[in-house]
Design a protein around this ligand. Sequence first.
Ligand code: DGP
Ligand code: NA
Ligand code: NA
Length: 202
Amino acid sequence: MRAPLIVIEGLDRTGKSTQTAKLCKRLNGYLVKFPNRETRIGKLLNQYLTDKSNPMPLEVAHLLFSANRWEMIKDIEDSLNKGTPVVMDRYVYSGVAYSMAKGLDIEWCLAPDKGLPKPDITIFLKANDLDSISQREGFGEERYEVASLQTSVRNNFETLRSRFDEWEVILIDGKDIDQVHEQIWKLVCPLARGLTTGLNRF
Ligand code: DGP
Ligand code: NA
Ligand code: NA
């Protein structure tokens, strides 16, 4: 038996951090947030995201985000193999959706992540009301937090959703934290006992 790999995706300020923390606690799992700003590559990404006056080529940023996922791969696989569920706050799909929004090609974007473990479930927290997101506290502080870009990112997530079959969508408009959590729990519960199938790969 191995533990499930659970991913929560969504636009900026949709409550991913709150929901992944809550879910992880309930599952007694291992929480992995991407980008992980503490690693060697993560420190570069943090600088890129917070210092808007200091750009880098899109392709370079994309490859660093991917490298940041590869930096964590041993920890993730060890955790799954010893039976501890992994809950992720963003993953490959954020990598693709944000870089596509900046103009990069989908196949090019997916290539460096080829070989990473595929989630057993990806839950997309979807907000139809994008205005309410951009009014949340802190929105606009970082590089990608621009309303027009978020619209494009959301469309790219829809493209990914039709291509990858482990996707589930939860509409968050008008729901409170506990309501969204219970919906997530319903989806995750059947996986919580563990899986007999091996890990799939991108
Ligand atoms: P967060 O720490 O979750 O707020 O993410 C920081 C910002 O970086 C957010 O605007 C989304 C963006 N982002 C997250 N992961 C990736 C990625 O893999 N590639 C790109 N290009 N952007 C990402
Ligand atoms: Na953000
Ligand atoms: Na977050």
